[in-house]
Design a protein. Structure first.
Length: 561
């Protein structure tokens, strides 16, 4: 990890400090092994990126190992498509797991045997209560639960029923295997939680071999133990599950990893729930999991986010025990910081207005040299053509302009980036609509590069492209997915999807870009001068079609001049 990504002498966060203390004390023989254990029931989002950076980062910093393990215990929701997307996202972020990827389904036989051991030890029983009855018997935060009528079954009967569950004798929901812990515990997770449920469903890896599947709380800790994980790093919602995690490990007398919880990443103005993201995909509110408005890693990648920017963002927000919400602006600022250094510059006119340079003959053109980056000469230059007809941004001309408007106006002058000072003499309008369709201007040949030898002041500088060499493009501008900062603001009973921002996507057709962009490559970001940072769309662009996504706007949003 580079110094700008947090590997310098900054103080350790509480998780790294805990790991450092364990290593110094020789716990687990000084060994560090973490894991990233996503459920393959959807695509990863920016919140998962924080966990990826934390788990893989800690393993690297302490000379340890990090496993990638798929928590595939729910065959109704999981798919190989999600498995492959998760592997791609982890690699794209710059990490590689140690050894092969692992799956909870690798341990189905071992987990089943552990469940039988709990039954034989009198610590688990088969329960016939349905979901509603279990909820009723569990009690509330203010009152203890009641024992299931089946809690007193004999070990022999429990073992027989559990084996018959495995053999497929019973329909879904008829029985569950529950741990026998404490129905009066103040921690609801310890009130005889379910270990196994019957589910006659095809699994993406094990096929129809199993019709009973372990619950997450039972599979998670034992999978960690089987892999020799030393530090099981989870988000804060699992803090109340830690006593159960430890109870299983102690009851089974197996290797005990240390579970440590941290606050999950919450971002403003977006959706951070896989269930809701899936709803957006299924209802067609977005074009797919990789829609650039989505906070998914593949959506951010398609929008033009770099892995360096995401890693830097995850480092900058830190690791805490306190739930909070991070402004989207911080993620955007991390991308600006990265792209300001790495993105070559180019000129693109998003809403073109034709300008005719009247004192430049049609047959005359001039090739100008433009730096690809103002502060990095090593990035080279490109050639642009200045000719009689050019395009400027429609917003860079105002017919009745206030004094504070330093762009082009009737009788006014403005600098053209890398070219000359021009002056507007005539405004041509559509006789039917009154819309401005063309400007007639002259250029001052003594102002090459925008210099004014006579000392007159020309305050504004605008970008442009040559009409003769411009390439047509489609440009997509993105805004926040949600109108509200948090869905917690949505009143009970209201549809959260009513808070989707109708202006989250704006598509501009007929944009004009300089010819160097005709060879743009997927994954390469550009700064379109004065318009923001853009990248070629990975899905919709092709040999005959250029589509650019705006990754993020520039800081200076108030005045382009």
């Amino acid at each position: 990890m580079s110094e700008d990504e947090g590997a310098s002498s900054a103080p350790l966060d509480f998780i790294r400090q805990r790991v450092a203390d364990d290593v110094a004390a020789g716990k687990h023989g000084g060994r560090v092994q973490t894991r990233f254990p996503p459920e393959p029931n959807g695509y990863l989002h920016i919140g998962h990126a924080k966990s990826i950076c934390l788990n893989f980062g800690i393993a690297a910093e302490f000379g340890g190992r990090c496993n990638l393990r798929f928590d595939d215990t729910n065959p109704l929701a999981e798919d190989t498509e999600y498995v492959e997307s998760i592997k791609e996202d982890v690699r794209w972020l710059g990490f590689q797991w140690d050894g092969p990827e692992y799956y909870a389904s690798d341990y189905f036989t071992a987990l089943y045997e552990m469940a039988e051991r709990l039954i034989l030890a009198g610590k688990a029983y088969v329960c016939s209560l349905n979901v509603d009855q279990v909820r009723q018997y569990r009690g509330s935060w203010n009152s203890p639960g009641q024992d299931s009528p089946d809690r007193g079954r004999s070990i022999e009967e429990n073992l027989d029923l559990f084996r018959r569950m495995k053999a497929g004798e019973f329909p879904d929901g008829m029985y569950t295997l529950r741990a026998k812990i404490d129905m009066a515990s103040p921690n609801m997770n310890l009130r005889d939680p379910a270990l196994y449920r019957i589910r006659h469903a095809h699994h993406h890896r094990t096929g129809d071999q199993w019709c009973i599947y372990p619950n997450y709380d039972f599979a998670h800790g034992q999978s960690d133990s089987l892999e020799g994980i030393t530090h099981s790093i989870c988000t804060l919602e699992f803090e109340d599950h830690r006593p159960l995690y430890e109870w299983f490990l102690e009851a089974l007398e197996i290797h005990q990893p240390q579970q440590i919880e941290f606050a999950r990443l919450n971002l403003t103005n977006t959706v951070m729930s896989k269930r809701r993201l899936l709803e957006l995909v299924k209802t067609g509110r977005v074009s797919g999991w990789d829609d650039p408005r989505m906070p998914t890693i593949c959506g951010l990648r398609r929008r033009g986010y770099s892995p360096q920017a995401i890693r830097q963002f995850c480092t900058s927000i830190g690791v805490t025990k306190f739930n909070s919400t991070t402004p989207m602006a911080r993620l955007e600022e991390a991308l600006r910081h990265d792209l300001n250094e790495s993105a070559p510059r180019a000129m693109a006119v998003l809403e073109p207005l034709k300008v005719v340079i009247e004192n430049l003959p049609a047959e005359v053109s001039e090739t100008r040299s433009a730096a690809n980056h103002p502060a990095k000469p090593e990035m080279g230059t490109r050639e642009i053509v200045f000719g009689r007809e050019i395009y400027i941004e429609r917003a860079d001309f105002m017919e009745e302009a206030p004094k504070s408007f330093f762009r082009l106006k009737p009788g006014g002058e403005v600098r053209l980036r890398f070219a000359y000072v021009i002056k507007c003499h005539e405004v041509v309008k559509d006789p039917q609509t009154g819309e401005i369709i063309e400007l007639r201007c002259t250029y001052d040949p003594e102002t090459s590069g925008g210099k004014t030898p006579d000392g007159r002041k020309v305050k504004g500088t605008i970008h442009w492209v040559s009409a003769a060499t411009a390439v047509d493009a489609e440009v997509r501008l993105y805004e926040n997915l949600l109108l509200v900062e948090s869905l917690a603001e949505v009143a009970e009973g209201e549809d959260w999807k009513d808070q989707l921002n109708p202006g989250s996507l704006r598509v501009l057709q007929g944009c004009k870009v300089e010819p160097s962009l005709a060879g743009a490559a997927v994954g390469q970001n550009y700064q379109f001068e004065r318009n923001g940072y853009f990248c070629l769309d990975a899905r919709d662009s092709g040999a005959e079609r250029l589509v650019f996504n705006r990754s993020v706007s520039l800081r200076e949003a108030s005045d382009k001049g």
